[in-house]
Design a protein around this ligand. Structure first.
Ligand SMILES: NC(=O)c1ccc[n+]([C@@H]2O[C@H](COP(=O)([O-])OP(=O)(O)OC[C@H]3O[C@@H](n4cnc5c(N)ncnc54)[C@H](OP(=O)(O)O)[C@@H]3O)[C@@H](O)[C@H]2O)c1
Length: 251
């Protein structure tokens, strides 16, 4: 029976595909009860699926209510992973798409943290926010996505200091390109340059995240070599800009 189960509880948003699905499998393998938030039913059956659209404000009350009845409100880890991309110039990106992107990528993690903080304080738990390497470097035709992920990283890095005294750890995860089909599910009409192809597997990503979480690390860049990308973009800006103009067919 769920109430008698003493195993830790992880709540993962966007668990129906890609990185969220891989992290659900990893946490399950490590003995966690997995609560999944996503609209579609995940292929890998979680211990509890909360079907909710995180761009709608009613969803946040529902999550709290369902968590309380599932495990008396026990929550050890919150993984803010659900996200959407937009491959479009600022000029062409529609207002509705821009708002949905920010609701899902930035406001939903903030709202979830705010509503679940009492549960995380009680467990002295952890928050894992999935940002992106694109939040640390300017990519044309991905400006809105870059801005939303830069906001996520800042959210993580400021929140961590604010919560230190309450014993809650905050891990900011910065993935590079990982094979999930993410770009096909994104907004926008721009074709992603083929040089941006997938390099890493979601399963390896999930195991690196679990490892960073268990060591209470502040930050994880995955794959590791991606740390060089923002540095390169900053140090060699004219070259970086010219290459991007060419790749995105902006001239
Ligand atoms: N893959 C990459 O190369 C990469 C690189 C850097 C960062 N990231 C970040 O990693 C995270 C996961 O990406 P992914 O590659 O795994 O993408 P994905 O396979 O497209 O997964 C996105 C997940 O978000 C959920 N979702 C989308 N809209 C939602 C909504 N309105 N309400 C609730 N859930 C919603 C989807 O579930 P439903 O459709 O069932 O709701 C799905 O489970 C994202 O934050 C992304 O920005 C990915």
């Amino acid at each position: 029976m769920a109430e008698l189960d003493s195993s830790p509880v992880v709540l993962i948003t966007g668990a129906s595909s890609g990185l969220g699905l891989a992290m659900s499998c990893e946490f399950k393998k490590r003995g966690f009860r997995v609560v999944a938030i996503c609209r579609k039913a995940p292929e890998f059956p979680p211990d509890l699926h909360i079907s909710a659209d995180l761009t709608e404000s009613a969803s946040f009350e529902l999550v709290l209510e369902k968590l309380k009845s599932f495990c008396n409100g026990r929550l050890d880890v919150l993984v803010n992973n659900a996200g959407i991309g937009a491959y479009e110039t600022w000029e062409s990106l529609g207002d509705a798409e821009l708002r949905t992107l920010f609701e899902l990528n930035f406001f939903a993690p903030v709202k979830l943290v705010k509503s679940l903080l009492p549960l995380l304080k009680a467990s002295r738990g952890s928050i894992i926010n999935v940002s992106s390497i694109a939040g640390h470097m300017p990519v044309p035709c991905m400006g809105a996505y870059c801005a939303s992920k830069a906001a996520v990283s800042m959210f993580s890095d400021t929140l961590r200091m604010e919560l230190m005294a309450s014993g809650i750890a905050v891990l900011n995860v910065t993935p590079g390109r990982i094979d999930t089909g993410f770009s096909k599910r994104s907004f926008g009409t721009r074709k992603v340059p083929s040089k941006f192809g997938g390099y890493a597997s979601p399963a390896c990503f999930a195991s690196a995240v679990f490892n960073a979480y268990s060591k209470k690390k502040r930050s994880l860049i995955y794959p590791r070599w991606y740390f060089i990308a923002p540095l390169f973009a900053r140090l060699f800006r004219p070259f970086y800009e010219a290459a991007n103009l060419r790749e995105w067919k902006l001239r």
